[in-house]
Structures are given as C-alpha cells and as structure tokens.
Design a protein around this ligand. Structure first.
Ligand code: GAR
Length: 211
C-alpha cells in the first residue's frame, strides 16, 4: 500500500474562481468565505466572456475580476497561456472552475494541476460534458447528482473529491433537475473546499481523501 503525501495550503487559502454563467456556485463560495473560520478568501474571479452574472456577483463582493475570451486569441494555446498568466497573477492556492465551460489546456495544467477543482452536474463517470442534466434525463436514470473533481486533461475525468446523489423525478425537465442538482452542488462545493483548505487532503492514484 502506498502512503500518499498530505497536501496542505496556506491559511487563509487564496481561491481563484473561474465562471462562464450565473455564478451561483461562486456566490456560495463568496458567502462561505465571509466567515474567517472557513479558512479561505476568494482573491480573484475570471471568466471566458463578458456580461455574465458571475462577474457581477464578484464585483458586488468587491473581488477583482478578469476576462480572457477565446476569440481574442489566435488559437487555444495562446488563450490557455493568457488564462494561466491571468490566474497566476493572483497567486492562488486553489483554482475552482464553477460553471466554467471551457477545457483548460496544457499550460494551465502544468501550472495548476492537482490544485484545480471543477464541479459537474452529474455523477461521474456518467454524463461528462456540458449537458449533464439533459443527458441524464434523456438516458432515463433514476438517480443523478453532482461531482467535484481535480481537473486533468480529460473531459470531467479527474480524480473525484466529492459526490452527492439527487433523485430524478417523473416530471423533471432539464431545468428543474439542474436547479435541484445545483442546490446540492453548492453545499457539496462549500463543504469540500472548506475541508480541503482547513485539513488538507491526500491523492493516491485516483483516490482523494479529505483530512
Ligand atoms: C453548475 O451546475 C456546474 O456544475 C455546471 O454549470 C453550472 C453552473 O452554475 N458546469 C458544467 O456543466 C461543466 N461541465 P452556476 O453558474 O450557477 O454556478
């Protein structure tokens, strides 16, 4: 049996959160980090597009923001390099992709792998991608949920940090199901990030243990 090293962070840990949309998961982190006992501060919020509620939430909380749009770069590599640099400027301990609808590239992973989390509205390894709730509904599963994982080069394939189950109801639409998942997802995210920043964690192969 291998003994995995315990990973611990500075206190309070510096979080950078990346968003592409409404930012309710970001809001849950902003609310949680108001309490110093949580053990982390959101030091920056980044997005891949302008004019989204996630950026407004950050601005209302007084957190600095930045935008790196793919279309402003000649290719994905240069966008990824610029995103990496922008995130790095905040000297983060953890990067949280909270509804960030882009795959991070090689530069980003070289800098932040092992300390980048993503939250996904399905029970991995089922239904990866951007249509988790719709795909679960179309497949006809009776239970779905959400997954928090450490980002790797794949699409929602990283080592799993936390999962929560959500029942699918007979009359669910994609929207009602996703909203119910998001309620559970926000609490999973806050709970797991809080445990990671306060107690640290280990990674042994694919097995993540929160301490
Ligand atoms: C969340 O449900 C998140 O898991 C999902 O987008 C939603 C963002 O909500 N992300 C993905 O589907 C990525 N594969 P929010 O903007 O209100 O936090």
């Amino acid at each position: 049996m291998s003994v995995a090293d315990r990973i611990t962070l500075r206190s309070p840990a510096r979080l950078v959160v990346l968003v592409s949309g409404s930012g309710t998961n970001l809001q849950a982190l902003l609310d949680a980090t108001e309490d110093p006992a949580f053990g982390a501060t959101v030091v920056g919020v980044g997005a891949d597009r302008d004019g989204i509620e996630g950026l407004s939430r950050a601005a209302r909380a007084g957190v600095p923001t930045f935008v790196e749009k793919l279309g402003d770069h000649p290719d994905r590599f240069s966008w990824d390099r610029a995103l990496t640099k922008a995130v790095d400027a905040y000297d983060p301990d953890l990067v949280v992709l909270a509804g960030f609808m882009k795959l991070c590239g090689a530069d980003f992973l070289a800098r932040f792998a092992g300390r980048t989390l993503n939250t996904h509205p399905a029970l991995s390894p089922s239904f990866p991608g951007t249509r988790g709730p719709a795909d679960a509904l179309e497949y006809g599963v009776k239970v779905t949920g959400c997954t928090l994982f450490l980002v790797d080069a794949g699409m929602d394939t990283g080592a799993i940090v936390a999962q929560r189950a959500v029942d699918v109801l007979d009359d669910d639409t994609t929207q009602t199901l996703h909203e119910r998942i998001k309620t559970v997802e926000r609490s999973m995210l806050v709970d797991a990030v809080g445990r990671m920043v306060r107690g640290g964690w280990t990674v042994d192969g694919r097995k993540v243990t929160l301490l």
